[in-house]
Design a protein around this ligand. Structure first.
Ligand code: IPE
Ligand code: IPE
Ligand code: MG
Length: 233
Protein backbone atom coordinates (compact mmCIF):
# COMPACT_ATOMS: atom_id res chain seq x y z
CA UNK A 1 0.00 0.00 0.00
CA UNK A 2 1.22 3.45 -0.79
CA UNK A 3 2.37 5.51 2.16
CA UNK A 4 -0.06 8.29 3.10
CA UNK A 5 1.77 11.61 2.66
CA UNK A 6 0.60 14.65 4.66
CA UNK A 7 -0.40 17.56 2.48
CA UNK A 8 0.86 20.10 5.03
CA UNK A 9 3.78 19.43 7.38
CA UNK A 10 4.62 22.02 10.00
CA UNK A 11 7.70 22.12 12.23
CA UNK A 12 8.47 23.87 15.51
CA UNK A 13 12.23 24.05 15.02
CA UNK A 14 13.57 23.89 18.57
CA UNK A 15 16.85 23.12 20.32
CA UNK A 16 19.39 25.28 18.50
CA UNK A 17 20.73 26.84 21.70
CA UNK A 18 21.12 23.51 23.48
CA UNK A 19 22.83 22.02 20.42
CA UNK A 20 25.46 24.77 20.52
CA UNK A 21 25.86 24.72 24.29
CA UNK A 22 26.45 20.96 24.21
CA UNK A 23 29.46 21.74 22.02
CA UNK A 24 30.72 24.51 24.27
CA UNK A 25 29.73 27.16 21.73
CA UNK A 26 27.53 30.23 21.79
CA UNK A 27 23.83 29.74 21.11
CA UNK A 28 24.05 31.47 17.72
CA UNK A 29 26.11 28.60 16.28
CA UNK A 30 23.04 26.44 16.75
CA UNK A 31 21.01 28.89 14.70
CA UNK A 32 23.64 28.86 11.92
CA UNK A 33 23.63 25.07 11.82
CA UNK A 34 19.83 25.06 11.95
CA UNK A 35 19.73 26.76 8.56
CA UNK A 36 21.22 23.56 7.08
CA UNK A 37 18.34 21.59 8.57
CA UNK A 38 15.87 23.99 6.96
CA UNK A 39 17.47 23.31 3.60
CA UNK A 40 17.52 19.54 4.14
CA UNK A 41 13.89 19.37 5.26
CA UNK A 42 12.73 21.59 2.41
CA UNK A 43 14.42 19.26 -0.06
CA UNK A 44 13.04 16.16 1.64
CA UNK A 45 9.53 17.64 1.66
CA UNK A 46 9.75 18.39 -2.07
CA UNK A 47 11.05 14.88 -2.77
CA UNK A 48 8.26 13.27 -0.74
CA UNK A 49 5.51 15.24 -2.49
CA UNK A 50 4.48 17.38 0.48
CA UNK A 51 2.52 20.39 -0.80
CA UNK A 52 3.02 22.76 2.13
CA UNK A 53 5.95 22.88 4.53
CA UNK A 54 5.65 25.48 7.27
CA UNK A 55 8.32 26.42 9.78
CA UNK A 56 8.03 28.26 13.08
CA UNK A 57 11.13 30.42 12.83
CA UNK A 58 10.48 33.22 15.34
CA UNK A 59 7.62 33.71 17.76
CA UNK A 60 6.20 36.95 19.11
CA UNK A 61 7.60 35.85 22.48
CA UNK A 62 11.07 35.44 20.96
CA UNK A 63 11.32 39.27 20.79
CA UNK A 64 11.97 39.01 24.54
CA UNK A 65 15.33 37.30 23.99
CA UNK A 66 18.59 39.25 24.39
CA UNK A 67 18.90 41.92 21.68
CA UNK A 68 22.08 40.37 20.27
CA UNK A 69 20.38 37.02 19.69
CA UNK A 70 17.32 38.66 18.09
CA UNK A 71 19.65 40.61 15.81
CA UNK A 72 21.53 37.47 14.80
CA UNK A 73 18.29 35.65 14.01
CA UNK A 74 16.98 38.52 11.88
CA UNK A 75 20.35 38.80 10.11
CA UNK A 76 20.29 35.08 9.44
CA UNK A 77 16.82 35.35 7.96
CA UNK A 78 18.02 38.15 5.70
CA UNK A 79 21.04 36.16 4.56
CA UNK A 80 19.01 33.02 3.94
CA UNK A 81 16.58 34.95 1.78
CA UNK A 82 19.48 36.23 -0.31
CA UNK A 83 21.06 32.77 -0.59
CA UNK A 84 18.06 30.57 -1.25
CA UNK A 85 16.58 32.18 -4.36
CA UNK A 86 18.15 29.70 -6.79
CA UNK A 87 17.32 26.60 -4.75
CA UNK A 88 13.70 27.70 -4.45
CA UNK A 89 13.41 28.36 -8.18
CA UNK A 90 15.10 25.06 -9.10
CA UNK A 91 12.72 23.12 -6.87
CA UNK A 92 9.72 25.25 -7.93
CA UNK A 93 9.03 26.29 -4.33
CA UNK A 94 6.82 29.27 -3.51
CA UNK A 95 8.08 31.24 -0.50
CA UNK A 96 5.67 32.88 1.94
CA UNK A 97 6.27 34.70 5.23
CA UNK A 98 3.42 35.00 7.73
CA UNK A 99 3.32 36.83 11.04
CA UNK A 100 3.28 40.30 12.51
CA UNK A 101 5.28 41.90 9.69
CA UNK A 102 5.00 45.36 11.28
CA UNK A 103 7.60 44.36 13.84
CA UNK A 104 10.20 43.43 11.21
CA UNK A 105 12.67 46.00 9.89
CA UNK A 106 12.07 47.78 6.57
CA UNK A 107 15.05 46.13 4.85
CA UNK A 108 14.00 42.62 5.87
CA UNK A 109 10.40 43.29 4.85
CA UNK A 110 11.56 44.50 1.45
CA UNK A 111 13.69 41.36 0.91
CA UNK A 112 10.80 39.15 1.97
CA UNK A 113 8.43 40.89 -0.46
CA UNK A 114 10.91 40.53 -3.30
CA UNK A 115 11.42 36.80 -2.75
CA UNK A 116 7.67 36.25 -2.35
CA UNK A 117 7.05 37.99 -5.66
CA UNK A 118 9.87 36.16 -7.44
CA UNK A 119 8.62 32.76 -6.34
CA UNK A 120 4.87 33.45 -6.52
CA UNK A 121 4.46 31.38 -9.71
CA UNK A 122 6.21 28.26 -8.35
CA UNK A 123 3.82 25.33 -8.13
CA UNK A 124 5.58 22.31 -6.67
CA UNK A 125 5.53 23.22 -2.98
CA UNK A 126 4.77 26.19 -0.73
CA UNK A 127 7.29 26.97 2.01
CA UNK A 128 5.72 29.07 4.75
CA UNK A 129 8.01 30.73 7.29
CA UNK A 130 6.30 32.02 10.42
CA UNK A 131 8.15 35.09 11.59
CA UNK A 132 7.07 37.21 14.55
CA UNK A 133 4.05 34.94 14.74
CA UNK A 134 1.88 33.75 17.58
CA UNK A 135 -1.40 31.88 17.51
CA UNK A 136 -3.21 34.24 19.87
CA UNK A 137 -2.02 37.25 17.87
CA UNK A 138 -3.36 35.60 14.71
CA UNK A 139 -6.79 34.96 16.24
CA UNK A 140 -6.98 38.53 17.57
CA UNK A 141 -6.04 40.11 14.23
CA UNK A 142 -8.63 37.86 12.56
CA UNK A 143 -11.31 39.12 14.95
CA UNK A 144 -10.40 42.73 14.25
CA UNK A 145 -10.29 42.19 10.48
CA UNK A 146 -13.66 40.43 10.48
CA UNK A 147 -15.25 43.15 12.62
CA UNK A 148 -13.93 45.91 10.37
CA UNK A 149 -15.09 44.15 7.22
CA UNK A 150 -18.43 42.77 8.37
CA UNK A 151 -19.61 45.03 11.18
CA UNK A 152 -21.30 43.82 14.36
CA UNK A 153 -24.22 42.14 12.57
CA UNK A 154 -22.04 40.43 10.00
CA UNK A 155 -19.81 39.02 12.72
CA UNK A 156 -22.87 37.42 14.31
CA UNK A 157 -23.45 35.45 11.11
CA UNK A 158 -19.87 34.09 10.95
CA UNK A 159 -19.54 30.31 10.85
CA UNK A 160 -16.52 28.33 12.00
CA UNK A 161 -15.35 27.71 8.43
CA UNK A 162 -15.55 31.47 7.71
CA UNK A 163 -12.97 32.23 10.39
CA UNK A 164 -10.21 30.67 8.28
CA UNK A 165 -10.52 33.53 5.82
CA UNK A 166 -9.41 36.09 8.38
CA UNK A 167 -6.43 34.21 9.81
CA UNK A 168 -3.06 34.97 8.21
CA UNK A 169 -3.07 31.36 6.97
CA UNK A 170 -6.12 32.00 4.74
CA UNK A 171 -5.96 29.72 1.71
CA UNK A 172 -3.46 27.33 3.31
CA UNK A 173 -4.85 23.99 4.50
CA UNK A 174 -4.49 23.19 8.21
CA UNK A 175 -1.36 21.19 9.08
CA UNK A 176 -1.83 17.43 8.90
CA UNK A 177 1.37 16.82 10.81
CA UNK A 178 3.18 19.01 13.35
CA UNK A 179 6.69 18.03 14.33
CA UNK A 180 8.47 19.53 17.34
CA UNK A 181 12.14 18.82 17.91
CA UNK A 182 14.31 18.94 21.06
CA UNK A 183 12.08 16.96 23.42
CA UNK A 184 9.70 19.77 24.37
CA UNK A 185 6.07 18.77 24.16
CA UNK A 186 4.13 22.01 23.96
CA UNK A 187 2.58 24.27 21.31
CA UNK A 188 4.32 27.52 22.43
CA UNK A 189 1.57 29.76 21.04
CA UNK A 190 1.94 28.43 17.50
CA UNK A 191 -0.98 27.57 15.18
CA UNK A 192 -3.71 27.33 17.83
CA UNK A 193 -6.82 27.46 15.66
CA UNK A 194 -5.27 25.61 12.73
CA UNK A 195 -4.00 22.61 14.76
CA UNK A 196 -7.46 21.54 15.94
CA UNK A 197 -7.05 18.10 14.29
CA UNK A 198 -3.34 17.98 13.54
CA UNK A 199 -1.26 14.88 14.35
CA UNK A 200 1.72 15.69 16.59
CA UNK A 201 5.13 14.04 16.44
CA UNK A 202 7.62 14.92 19.17
CA UNK A 203 11.27 13.96 18.84
CA UNK A 204 14.27 14.40 21.13
CA UNK A 205 16.49 15.27 18.15
CA UNK A 206 17.73 18.87 18.36
CA UNK A 207 16.87 20.99 15.33
CA UNK A 208 20.44 21.28 13.92
CA UNK A 209 20.56 17.46 13.83
CA UNK A 210 17.12 17.07 12.25
CA UNK A 211 17.88 16.20 8.63
CA UNK A 212 16.28 14.22 5.79
CA UNK A 213 16.29 10.84 7.54
CA UNK A 214 14.56 12.25 10.62
CA UNK A 215 12.03 14.08 8.44
CA UNK A 216 11.19 10.86 6.62
CA UNK A 217 10.87 9.00 9.92
CA UNK A 218 8.27 11.55 11.05
CA UNK A 219 6.34 10.96 7.82
CA UNK A 220 6.46 7.20 8.53
CA UNK A 221 5.06 7.83 11.99
CA UNK A 222 2.28 9.97 10.47
CA UNK A 223 1.40 7.22 8.00
CA UNK A 224 0.76 4.86 10.93
CA UNK A 225 -1.70 7.23 12.63
CA UNK A 226 -5.45 6.68 12.48
CA UNK A 227 -7.22 10.02 12.08
CA UNK A 228 -10.78 9.68 13.33
CA UNK A 229 -11.99 13.29 13.66
CA UNK A 230 -14.28 12.32 16.50
CA UNK A 231 -16.04 9.62 14.53
CA UNK A 232 -16.19 5.89 15.09
CA UNK A 233 -14.49 3.73 12.51
C1 IPE B 1 14.93 27.31 18.26
O1 IPE B 1 16.00 27.03 19.09
C2 IPE B 1 15.10 28.61 17.50
C3 IPE B 1 14.21 29.69 17.92
C4 IPE B 1 13.28 29.60 18.82
C5 IPE B 1 14.36 30.97 17.25
P1 IPE B 1 16.16 27.72 20.52
O2 IPE B 1 16.93 28.97 20.32
O3 IPE B 1 14.85 27.87 21.19
O4 IPE B 1 17.06 26.64 21.27
P2 IPE B 1 16.89 26.12 22.75
O5 IPE B 1 15.47 25.68 22.91
O6 IPE B 1 17.23 27.26 23.64
O7 IPE B 1 17.85 24.98 22.84
C1 IPE C 1 9.22 28.01 19.97
O1 IPE C 1 10.46 27.76 20.54
C2 IPE C 1 9.33 29.07 18.93
C3 IPE C 1 10.10 28.71 17.74
C4 IPE C 1 10.61 27.56 17.47
C5 IPE C 1 10.23 29.77 16.78
P1 IPE C 1 10.87 28.43 21.94
O2 IPE C 1 12.19 27.84 22.29
O3 IPE C 1 10.79 29.89 21.85
O4 IPE C 1 9.71 27.89 22.89
P2 IPE C 1 9.62 27.76 24.47
O5 IPE C 1 9.94 29.09 25.05
O6 IPE C 1 10.62 26.73 24.89
O7 IPE C 1 8.23 27.31 24.73
MG1 MG D 1 13.75 26.67 22.40
Amino acid sequence: MERRIPKHVSIIMDGNGRWAQARGKERVYGHFEGVESVRACTEAAVEEGVEYLSLYAFSEENWNRPAAEVETLMGLMMKSIENEYETLMRNRVRFVVLGNRERLGAALNASIDTLMEQTAGNDRMTLVVFLSYSGKWDILQAMKKAAAELGAEGVQRLGIADVDRYLVTAGIPDPDLLIRTSGEQRISNYLLWQCAYTEFVFTDILWPDFRKEAFRAALDEYARRDRRYGKVK
